[in-house]
Design a protein around this ligand. Sequence first.
Ligand code: SF4
Length: 396
Amino acid sequence: MSTLSTVPAPAFQEPAPTPVSLLLLGRGADPRSERGVECPGDLPPASDPDLVARAEAAKAELGDRLFVLGHHYQRDEVIRFADVTGDSFKLAQQAAARPEAEFIVFCGVHFMAESADILTSDAQRVILPDLAAGCSMADMATAEQVERCWERLEDLGIAERVVPVSYMNSSADIKAFTGRHGGTICTSSNAKRALEWAFGKGEAVLFLPDQHLGRNTAVRDMGYSLADCVVYNPHRPNGGLTDDELRNAKMILWRGHCSVHGRFTPECVDEVRERIPGVNVLVHPECRHEVVEKADYVGSTERIITLLNEAEPGSAWAIGTELNLVKRLAAEHPDKQIAFLDKSICYCSTMNRIDLPHLVWALEALAEGRVPNVIEVDADTAHYARVALEQMLALP
Ligand code: SF4
């Protein structure tokens, strides 16, 4: 047993390569994983000039039996067919509020479709147009890794005072783990309330899977210090942490991050301030702590949209979030100067997998009576995941 004292967690650690991240998207056959599986059948070619008309026709034929959800990070060519747009939790709630819709086509990524399946009735089928649309962050915490971490906390005798808090951007397995152990789900909008609740219930939090959202919320919004946070690395023996580091930590942060928001650097902020005098820098809390510290505003996707809706005409904004959304906001607000925080292109590659050919393929299959790419969470996992989601809805 080590007697090393707790040291401050570094603000960001690059992820170790994992077998999952090395898999080619669209290959393999593991529907319980975010890594994606084959997308069977012939896709219409992207060059087909009739794609828009084909999507409109299939949608019209399906009528109220169909409900199409579009995440804010989706391409314009797809989002135009969404009946509702939003962040992942809003979309799952919207699906649950439409029990007459037999088919929920989710234009987003795998964990979002799982959440929609968990919250909708058994009679509704949730369809992901491309099964290879996973999420690299969700893939960074597998059920086996998290169970191993929890066993370590149990061996140390501290598990009963640690409350798991899992970001919405996690697999159904991780949500179910959270529900089984008395924790809650959070979104980037309510992470502070979730942590306040958790610290009222226990003495420490295991935050999964996004280290940045956990650190930014605890340190920036709640007054904890970086020294209160440690990073559990599932690729290292014992998470790379000593017994005392785990015992003394207030925030045990899982070593996961978003590959899109993790790209923004403090230098990006310095560069844009030089390039656009007077610019307001607005970033998502999935960004690194050093970036958030330099920004003028920090907010969830919905908050970013609201802030820009309320911004003064003529004001200048540099936005640190997914590029499809930033481009759409720039087009919607021609009276404001809206720039992307990074100089290089930064789409979410898995979100971008849902393109118009995949959407047409899924809609036409449904119209022909076939139900492709159904996302189904098993009953036990769904039950405990729902427990954790309902705890989030009950947060004070
Ligand atoms: S933007 Fe980040 S968190 Fe969202 S789906 Fe893409 S990789 Fe996952």
